[in-house]
Design a protein. Structure first.
Length: 188
């Protein structure tokens, strides 16, 4: 059985992260997104994006990667879980689940330190992300507009997780950083 070591990403991981993203997402969009986010301190949240390495195999390849970046819900800062990648050779072994759990734990600690309402937004498969506590974002009043996605697709796949239960969930329109290159129907 393979075990994994998970830790915050570092500059030394950049080539391996890029290689993993290119392999898992052949369009190149995710790899470029991560590169662009790293270059913008206003979008980047250091210390909560994680890499996973096999603890038993000697390989320069990453087993997985998860990125959380800054976004906004209404006028409140939030986090976007946007890019979860697991190497095909390591799928079905809990790598993605471990990465998301640990990233959300770190984000929750950050939220406690700042003592401000914080939510994490994800655009992904509800059947996968519900295990982490994500719920349809529309239920708490979170909405988004992305060119090329129908309102029904967004309602089904846009999910939110409130990391600060002492505060009500954030509500309002999601604004992603410009690095996401999403046409959100505005001039951001």
């Amino acid at each position: 059985m393979t075990s994994y070591t998970v830790r915050p990403e570092s500059l030394a991981d950049v080539p391996a992260i890029d290689a993993l993203l290119q392999r898992v997402f052949p369009t190149g969009y995710q790899a470029q997104l991560v590169t662009d986010l790293w270059g913008n301190p206003a979008s980047w949240e250091p210390g909560i994006s994680l890499v996973a390495h096999s603890a038993t195999e000697v390989s320069p390849e990453l087993a997985g990667y998860v990125l959380l970046s800054r976004c906004w819900v209404g006028s409140w800062p939030a986090l976007a879980l946007a890019t979860l990648a697991v190497h095909p050779n390591h799928r079905g072994r809990g790598v993605g689940t471990t990465l998301v759990h640990q990233a959300l734990e770190l984000a929750g600690k950050l939220a406690q330190e700042t003592n401000a309402p914080t939510s994490v937004i994800v655009l992904g498969d509800p059947a996968y992300y519900c295990r982490f506590g994500f719920r349809p974002a529309a239920h708490s009043g979170v909405r988004a507009y992305i060119d090329g996605m129908t309102p029904a697709e967004l309602a089904q796949n846009l999910q939110a997780l409130n990391l600060t239960p002492d505060y009500p969930p954030l509500a309002g329109e999601v604004t992603w950083p410009a690095e996401y290159r999403l046409d959100q129907g505005d001039d951001l």
